[in-house]
Design a protein around this ligand. Structure first.
Ligand code: TXA
Ligand code: MG
Length: 317
């Protein structure tokens, strides 16, 4: 059964089969993951991958994350190492992406990996996407389901807002549990965090029993998600503000801020996880309400707060 939008389908066996058939025919689907909604296509088919780049208007030099069901599948495409096994054991399936060396014999579309010798891989935890991955004999390339530089979607409606009728199947798995994209860790040499996420540097260091560096502004841009203007609401955004004018949207954190029409609270309880879950939802809401400026109070840099600050900094550029 469809709901009010003709391209949004609830999770049931019939709709999952429909999504699987579409992927087998090299089509694309919108799909929930625990981080953000993704736009999925067959990672072994350049035809499917080209569709992803065109639909997202994504530059071809920005590679995609390849999503797998299990290690057996991954072994065909990437060279695994000890750091990988340690982190995989601890955090997968889950919101973490590993950059590994790509195997020469891999069948992955060269377009999906932007002709690099490396590949970014992830094992998502969301049960619907795992069900789909399990029934396919190819992995899925899944970038976030938004137009390039826009805010990532955290609900099926958000995906529909981005692509309208040019995407025929969006599976509605409710709102995303985490709400921010996965942590990206480069494991091709000494481990580095390329994109902060809900799994933080302390947890990764502990699992690896060594210090991990965070790539703040390397000259070699390893993850274009780290490029200047990204995750952008397309509205000027001012950081670390103590107050805002009535005409400005004010994003706040904690109960010390008063309520108001233009006040958007990420978490009354001052909980950074709740704030992460609300961030993209609130940014999209503010954009839809046509505010011309966004002010944001300072957000603590603890836990996933580090990733929230990372995304806000990029949105402000
Ligand atoms: O949580 C997530 O990771 C979501 C969900 C849908 O799984 N996906 C996601 O994909 O955020 P995307 O395409 O929006 O972001 C992928 C990031 C980009 O910053 C890209 O540059 C980086 O991963 N990336 C991909 N392949 C890479 C590689 N070989 N080396 C370094 N960075 C890579
Ligand atoms: Mg993205």
């Amino acid at each position: 059964m469809k709901n009010i939008y003709s391209n949004i389908f609830k999770v049931n066996n019939r709709n999952i089969s429909k999504a699987i058939n579409c992927l087998k025919k090299k089509g694309l689907i919108g799909i929930p993951t625990e981080t953000v909604y993704g736009l999925a296509g067959n990672a072994y088919s350049s035809k499917a991958i080209r569709k992803i780049y065109y639909l997202k208007k994504r530059p071809f030099r920005n590679p995609l994350i390849i999503h797998y069901y299990n290690l057996e599948q991954l072994k065909k495409d990437a060279v695994l190492n000890n750091n990988f096994f340690e982190l995989y054991k601890k955090f997968s399936p889950g919101p973490i992406t590993f950059v590994l060396r790509r195997k020469k014999k891999s069948q992955l579309s060269n377009i999906a990996t932007a002709k690099l010798k490396t590949v970014a891989v992830r094992f998502p935890k969301n049960i619907t996407i795992r069900k789909i991955l399990k029934s396919l004999d190819f992995p899925l390339a899944i970038p976030s389901a938004n137009k390039s530089t826009h805010i990532s979607p955290v609900s099926a409606d958000d995906v529909n807002q981005e692509f309208k009728n040019s995407l025929k199947i969006i599976i509605d798995g409710g709102s995303c549990k985490i709400g921010l994209e996965s942590t990206v860790v480069d494991l091709t040499s000494s481990p580095k965090i390329l994109r902060p996420g809900s799994i933080g540097p302390e947890a990764i260091s502990r699992a690896l029993k060594k210090k991990i560096t965070i790539n703040h502004n390397s000259r070699v841009v390893k993850a274009p998600g780290m490029l200047k203007r990204h995750y952008s609401p397309g509205i000027p955004l001012k950081l670390n503000q103590k107050k805002a004018k009535d005409s400005e949207a004010f994003i706040v954190f904690g109960k010390k801020y008063k309520k108001g029409k233009n006040i958007f609270n990420l978490s009354y309880k001052s909980n950074v996880n709740e704030a992460a879950k609300n961030l993209y939802k609130i940014l999209r809401l503010i954009k839809n309400k046509k505010y011309k400026t966004i002010c944001v109070c300072s957000i603590p840099k603890i836990g996933i707060g580090l990733a929230i600050n990372d995304r806000l900094n990029r949105a402000a550029k």
